[in-house]
Design a protein around this ligand. Sequence first.
Ligand SMILES: C[S@@+](CC[C@H](N)C(=O)[O-])C[C@H]1O[C@@H](n2cnc3c(N)ncnc32)[C@H](O)[C@@H]1O
Length: 165
Amino acid sequence: MIDWSRFPGSLDWATHLPLLMACVGVTTGPVLEVGAGRCSTPVLHAVCRAQRRRLVTVERDPWCFDHLHRHYADQGHEFHRGYECLPELAGQAWAVVFSDESPGSRRAETVRLFLDVADFIVIHDIQSPEIFPPIAPLIADCWSRRDADYPVETLAVSKRCSLIS
Ligand SMILES: C[S@@+](CC[C@H](N)C(=O)[O-])C[C@H]1O[C@@H](n2cnc3c(N)ncnc32)[C@H](O)[C@@H]1O
């Protein structure tokens, strides 16, 4: 059993879930989570497990990795520690790549790596001046939807797909 009190913050940070789940819901393939935690990891684990979809979680922080890996790793849910694995994972096709890793400035590199191989990339905290400006030129020709219904905003982008409004 995970001791969630060891993860500071609350489910208030889960503002990525509506757009993330919309992208997961219109696809069927594997899902990559970059940056784990109490909001996204349990939900992605449950949905991907129920739908028999491959889920890969990449987490850099050793404590966070150990706790979530111990509880959630199974045949359908792989964990990788550190970002060094990302270039190799970008050699595979993904339905959804969720970018919520620290530091936020890293997320532009995740978008750059996966834009050609993912149906959708979902990026959290996109209102942050540290996060969006380096991503903007990478997605100039892409379909995108920004969920600004919450103070912490989320962006979904795709080179080849869209969500029907
Ligand atoms: C924005 S958090 C990722 C949150 C995760 N995607 C979620 O929705 O639960 C970015 C990084 O902070 C660390 N982290 C995870 N949960 C945390 C928490 N509750 N408080 C502080 N840092 C956390 C992890 O190293 C994680 O990769």
